[in-house]
Design a protein around this ligand. Structure first.
Ligand SMILES: Cc1cc2nc3c(=O)[nH]c(=O)nc-3n(C[C@H](O)[C@H](O)[C@H](O)COP(=O)(O)OP(=O)(O)OC[C@H]3O[C@@H](n4cnc5c(N)ncnc54)[C@H](O)[C@@H]3O)c2cc1C
Length: 665
């Protein structure tokens, strides 16, 4: 008899976890909390980063300080050929949260659910906007929520308590340009949105309390979810592709933890694809070149997509806005935040958002292709500290473009490319789990992406010229981007050169474990989020998105987690019913007359601890026999014969443990 789990070193504090969730970020913390909360599951949440509960992390205005800190994986892309030309080594810095709560702990808390057409294009009716919209967990509130509400998954979405004049001016500018104002989240998802432009201000999501509640409070309160700081190396797979645990490293030692029901990867777009490839599931040639034993040839790491933006400090104002270093550092700002929950410390940076259809997309059939984010402070206002450390600009760009803005009131309307045509990939650098992966988003390799962002610049110019923005004395930053001197300032060629130099990530990479049918050679997981051809191995995080939503993506990640948990639990419920399965081909005449066989002919030793519920017991076909639940189902096979499936279920699948087929640890 095999042990249910065993360790070579450092036993995690949970004796019989039935689920290993790897990665406690936006998705992972929700997955672990929901599974544990049901009371039926014991969950081991494996997170590489610390459980940092400091309340300082929750102060929105300071979140940029976390970029590049020890709570950030601090990835960097490969040098780009057509983009990032004004960044050091032509590479983009790629922050990702390395802390319990993941990237939601370091993000800008803007809440957007995207557009209905985003989800309708994901390839399966079970993920259409009709199906997914109930899984978006937000509730609009302007008050504090109680801990019990947080524990119930109540995700408060508040209006910003404090803004500068920029957000109001931007919204009025939109109206003056003939666009419609609406609640972006309500309009975008629930109604078939035919507007050319919808804008809403101040819709933000206080994700942090939710996530820390989910991962921390629920973990300890429910008592059957344990968070363990480990560095997972690979998923353990049997020769039947059954995931039965995780190999990890801690304090320099390698150990293994067994999962009785499932391994769920929630390590994000970079982390999940990296772990799968280290486990032998990835592009065949790539794994073979690194001498990683191939288990399955899958397009893991491919289909990488990211929202791209540009236009930092493109707008100069002749009025001072109160979101600046001096005001943030003032005692009154601290007191406002601590005692009244308002003031500059509550600012997440982005004050207002708009989504639009440029003339390159069809408002009747396409989701919007551009987003604008209003930022009321200059990235250059701190003498380059932010631009050097979190954007990675070159000295040449600082000196030639941004330095001259010091002391001026600048602002940004960042145009975000919502549906990039350029796709990249993530590969392993080598077979060492410690090595940072090779991230190549191939930004702007598709000309259409530059054309769309250029439309964004044109829109910014229009906004600046409205009476609303003129009341703030808005004008276009006249500095020439170093590297684009050969073009006439403000010409189309100039702006396209500018876009290729100041190419910035909007921090929303997705798609490296793409969800799709098995017949889609670019997909990695099926619509139930199971890795193709494997058992009990799921991916639930941003990496499964086939394409990007039209907006900031954290809400969609949480939706995926909420829905993913339901899928997994439904599967387990089926498992308890579908037990032994035997497929028997019978001539049609025989099969049509098929009667339940005697017990001895129906019983088959289980080949697998977890039978695939390819057919579930239907009341139409099932017939009780003694104390066991007995059923059969007959359907025509392509050969003209009839395929008869016999089921015999006497006890819940969990009682069959341990699995005699699983290899020893
Ligand atoms: C700077 C920044 C600003 C953003 N702003 C916004 C915003 O305003 N609004 C919005 O909607 N979205 C925003 N996003 C995007 C959003 O936060 C992410 O898309 C989302 O958090 C991704 O969730 P995830 O669960 O897929 O991954 P993550 O939240 O990144 O979680 C992955 C977790 O897995 C862990 N992990 C990774 N690899 C391993 C490993 N090998 N072993 C163990 N653990 C591992 C990580 O430490 C992390 O905790 C922002 C992102 C960033 C980085």
């Amino acid at each position: 008899m095999w042990p249910l789990w065993s360790f070579e070193f450092d036993a995690p504090p949970l004796n019989h976890p039935n689920t290993n969730a790897v990665g406690g970020g936006s998705a992972g913390s929700v997955v672990a909390a929901r599974l544990a909360k049901s009371g039926k599951n014991s969950v081991l949440l494996i997170e590489a980063g610390p459980d940092c509960s400091s309340r300082l992390l929750n102060i929105p205005v300071f979140s940029p300080l976390l970029l590049g800190s020890k709570l950030d994986w601090s990835y960097k892309t490969q040098p780009q050929f057509d983009a990032c030309l004004g960044l050091d080594n032509n590479a983009s810095l790629w922050p990702r949260g390395k802390v319990l709560g993941g990237s939601s702990r370091i993000n800008n808390i803007v809440y957007m659910r995207g557009h209905s057409r985003d989800y309708d294009s994901w390839g399966d009716s079970s993920w259409s906007h009709q199906e997914v919209h109930n899984y978006f967990p937000h509730r609009t509130t302007n008050g504090n929520v109680s801990e019990s509400e947080l524990l119930r998954g109540f995700l408060p979405v508040n209006e910003l308590p404090w803004t500068t004049d920029l957000s109001g001016a931007m919204l009025r500018a939109g109206e003056q340009l003939g666009y419609t104002m609406a609640d972006l989240n309500a309009a975008a998802l629930h109604r078939g949105n035919k507007r050319q432009y919808v804008a809403c201000d101040n819709v933000v999501c206080y994700m942090l309390p939710f996530v820390s509640s989910a991962a921390g409070n629920l973990a300890t309160k429910v008592g059957c979810c344990h968070v363990f700081p480990l560095f997972p190396l690979a998923v353990l797979l049997s020769d039947k592709y059954e995931a039965y645990g995780v190999q990890y490293r801690r304090f320099g030692h390698v150990g293994r933890v067994r999962a009785r029901k499932a391994v769920i990867l929630c390590a994000g777009t970079v982390g999940s694809s990296k772990i799968l490839m280290l486990s032998g599931m990835g592009p065949k040639h790539h794994l073979q070149s690194l001498k990683i034993p191939l288990i399955q040839d899958l397009p893991v790491g491919q289909n990488l997509q990211d929202h791209v933006t540009t236009g930092l400090d493109l707008v100069i104002l002749n009025q001072t806005l109160p979101l600046n270093v001096a005001n943030i550092a003032s005692l009154s700002s601290a007191l406002d935040y601590l005692f009244y929950g308002t003031g500059p410390w509550t600012s997440p940076g982005c004050e207002a958002v708009a989504v639009v259809h440029s003339d390159l997309s069809d408002p009747e059939t396409d989701p919007p292709d551009l987003q604008l984010m209003a930022i009321p402070s200059g990235a250059s206002s701190d003498d380059g500290a932010h631009l050097y450390t979190t954007v990675g600009i070159t000295d040449k760009v600082w000196q030639g473009y941004f330095a001259a803005l010091s002391g001026q009131q600048v602002a940004s309307f960042l145009p975000v490319l919502l549906h990039p045509k350029s796709k990249g990939e993530i590969l392993l650098r080598d077979g060492d789990p410690n090595s940072l992966p090779l991230i190549n988003p191939r930004y702007l390799t598709h000309q259409r992406d530059v054309d769309t962002l250029y439309r964004g610049i044109l829109l910014i110019k229009k906004i600046i010229s409205t009476p609303a923005m003129q009341s703030l004395g808005a004008s276009l930053n006249p500095n020439i981007m170093p590297g684009c001197e050969q073009y006439l300032f403000d010409s189309e060629d100039y702006w396209k050169c500018y876009i290729r130099h100041l190419t910035l990530t909007a921090y929303h990479p997705v798609g490296t474990c793409k969800m799709g049918p098995k017949s889609d050679p670019s997909s990695v997981v099926d619509f139930d989020l199971r890795v193709h051809n494997s058992h009990h191995l799921y991916v639930i995080d941003a990496s499964i998105m086939p394409s990007l939503p039209s907006g900031n993506i954290n809400a969609a990640v949480v939706m995926i987690a909420e829905k993913g948990v339901e899928i997994v639990e439904r599967y387990w419920a089926h498992q308890a019913m579908v037990c032994h399965k035997r497929e028997v081909f019978l001539p049609s005449k025989v099969s049509l007359k098929a009667m339940p066989p005697i017990l001895s002919t129906a019983w088959t030793a289980p080949q697998s601890m977890f039978s695939e519920p390819s057919v579930t017991i239907s009341p139409l076909y099932s017939a009780p026999m003694g104390s066991s639940l007995f059923s059969h189902l007959t359907r025509p096979d392509s050969s003209g014969e009839y395929l008869t499936l016999w089921f015999l279920c006497q006890k819940p699948v969990e009682e069959w443990l341990p699995n005699p087929d699983a290899p020893p640890v």
